[in-house]
Write a protein that binds this ligand. Structure first.
Ligand code: ZN
Length: 92
């Protein structure tokens, strides 16, 4: 079997921060995923840093009515590099 790829036109879906209205939410770290059904990923706003849990890891892609999340968020136990991580409050 071999992989094959082609260029498609997909939508890049971001989750706007309702708090500051400027930033978008990005997944912080896989360590803070809540394993409910569906899972809840911890996100932080790129502008104000507000944190919240969202049932999908943003950003994601939408193509032909289907949403695609990044493969790194599908795998458990794999470290995600995130610059936000350095600023996470470790005390909680
Ligand atoms: Zn914000």
């Amino acid at each position: 079997m071999a992989q094959r790829s082609k260029v498609i036109q997909a939508e890049f879906v971001e989750f706007d921060c309702s708090e500051c209205g400027k930033g978008v939410y990005r997944v912080t770290t896989l360590e803070n995923v809540i394993h409910t059904q569906p899972k809840q990923w911890e996100h932080a706003c790129t502008n104000c840093g507000r944190k919240c849990h969202i049932a999908k890891p943003f950003p994601l892609l939408r193509y032909k009515g289907q949403e695609f999340m990044l493969a790194k968020y599908a795998a458990d136990g794999i470290e995600v590099y995130s610059p936000v991580r350095a600023t996470l409050d470790k005390s909680k």
